[in-house]
Design a protein around this ligand. Structure first.
Ligand SMILES: Nc1ncnc2c1ncn2[C@@H]1O[C@H](COP(=O)(O)OP(=O)(O)OP(=O)(O)O)[C@@H](O)[C@H]1O
Ligand SMILES: [Mg+2]
Length: 456
């Protein structure tokens, strides 16, 4: 007998965000901990779910030795058998965690075998246990393990939004397209999922010169251009909004390692640096042995903290914008007379003025919980906003797309003023118009004939 798929009321899932990438070491955990930390500091109620058997979130938040840290035991049990998760409450003010760790290895085995017999129920394992608590939080971040396993599918099946961090290398950028493919695999159980955006992680700020070019800065610029082209930003049939976050996270190994060792979020590390400065602790005193066993906190902590804070603000802004759009559409749907066909709109919740992201250390007062959206458009009937993105799988000859990319880049580099970006698709449109302008010359019955007739 086929098992019944759990029914998930999606109306309250509007701020469940999966931080997902197929690649490892791209900043998923750093972003989950620090962005969650900022939003909590601003007065929003935040839950972080560590779905990674590595359990790395404990390092960023410093609860590794907390007796309530069960290495994912409670979360694993709930994912396999249902029930309530015993997480750590108030790991910081307003910030709760469902801890991850080695116990989650068992979940992968159990859910993978379930995928064969009852894939929908397996995918919905996390959504089902989140459902009773989603109303308790303003934001829920899901820290995914790297790779393409069943835990990532469970996260995507629970999420309203997907946040994809990436480094700037060409291979990293290609990996982002793979996340979009993974989203397709949960559309059977989650039609409301959409991309919140892509965050560039560990971006070099130095302008290293090589052959007369500024290598580091070019890396970020090229990554942005490639991602915009991937999602058709600014193009007809594209995603219709910005995808890459304006702010990127700068590279700093010193900050990363000090934050992990101390179990402090980056803004807390920055606070420590300020205290040290106040106390007159300087590097020369440590070097000279005047202050023994001291390590000076990196002065870059302040800049990295600023990057993370700006991204937290951008996330909040994007959510508010999407929610206002949906609210306006829902109102329009409600006002549409029944005999007129109503446009089916993506799922959403009412916008809430949650969390103007405050600069530490002065947290903003707690904000009201996101109210439920109008029941006018049920999530189950809605199309995923993500599907609005037209797929451009034109069958081009091998090597053609590479040539087009190179020419698009060359033309963009030659630009002297602000103008819409030239992409591969821009060139394809020009090529088609060129052909249409000479269509009368086309003769023949094979591709070779057609080419010859126009002099190719
Ligand atoms: N601003 C930064 N610059 C350079 N490295 C950083 C920065 N912030 C964090 N790191 C380090 O980069 C590494 C990867 O970060 P993180 O653990 O957040 O990535 P992840 O995507 O969660 O990795 P995984 O896929 O293994 O879970 C970690 O060692 C982290 O300490
Ligand atoms: Mg991680």
């Amino acid at each position: 007998m086929a098992a019944t798929e759990p029914t998930i009321d999606r109306d309250s899932f509007g701020r469940v965000i999966a931080v997902e990438s197929l690649k490892g070491g791209v900043g998923k955990t750093t972003i989950t901990a620090n962005i969650g930390g900022y939003l909590a500091l601003s007065g929003a109620r935040v839950l972080l779910v560590d779905l990674d058997p590595q359990g790395n979130l404990e390092d960023d938040l410093g609860y590794a030795d907390d007796e309530r840290n069960d290495q994912g035991e409670s979360l694993a049990k709930a994912l396999m058998f249902g029930g309530k998760v015993d997480g750590i409450k108030n790991v910081r003010e307003n910030l709760d965690v469902w801890t991850g760790g080695s116990a989650l290895h068992n979940v992968t085995a159990v859910l993978s075998s379930k995928m064969g017999s009852d894939a929908k129920t397996a995918k919905l394992a996390l959504a089902k246990i989140l459902a009773p608590v989603v109303d308790d939080y303003d934001f829920i971040f899901l820290d995914c393990p790297p790779g393409d396993g069943v835990l990532q599918l469970a996260a995507l099946a629970a999420a309203r939004w997907v946040l994809v961090p990436t480094r700037t290398g060409a291979k990293d950028i290609k990996g982002v397209a793979k996340v979009a493919e993974r989203i397709d695999q949960v559309l059977d159980v989650n039609r409301a999922i959409d991309l919140l955006g892509v965050v560039l992680f560990a971006v070099g700020t130095a302008s290293e010169r090589k052959d007369g070019t500024v290598v580091m800065k070019n890396a970020e610029r090229d990554a942005r251009a490639d991602l915009d082209a991937m999602f058709g930003v600014g193009e007809e049939g594209g995603i219709g909004r910005e995808i890459v976050f304006t702010q990127s996270i700068r590279h700093s190994e010193a900050v990363a390692s000090q934050s992990g060792r101390a179990g402090l979020l980056v803004h807390e590390l920055d606070e420590r640096a300020k205290q040290e400065a106040k106390a007159g602790i300087a590097w020369w005193k440590i070097r000279s042995g005047e202050l023994k066993n001291k390590q000076l906190t990196s002065a870059t902590a302040g800049s990295v903290a600023d990057d993370l804070q700006t991204i937290a603000q951008e996330i909040n802004d994007r959510l508010l914008e999407a929610e206002s759009r949906m609210l306006a559409r829902n109102r329009q749907t409600e006002e549409t007379p029944v005999d007129e066909p109503a446009e089916v709109e993506p799922a959403g919740v009412e916008p809430t003025p949650v969390a103007e992201v405050a600069a530490p250390p002065a947290p903003a007062p707690s904000q009201p919980k996101t109210p439920r959206r109008s029941a006018a458009a049920s999530v189950e009937e809605d199309e995923a906003g993500y599907l609005a993105l037209e797929r451009k799988e034109t069958r081009l000859r091998e090597g053609q797309i590479g040539e087009l990319t190179a020419h698009a880049r060359r033309l963009n580099k030659a630009k002297t003023g602000p103008a819409p970006r030239i992409t591969e698709n821009t060139l394809i449109r020009v090529a088609i118009d060129l052909l249409l302008s000479r269509v009368d010359e086309l003769q023949g019955t094979t591709e070779a004939d057609l080419r010859r007739s126009v002099g190719l």
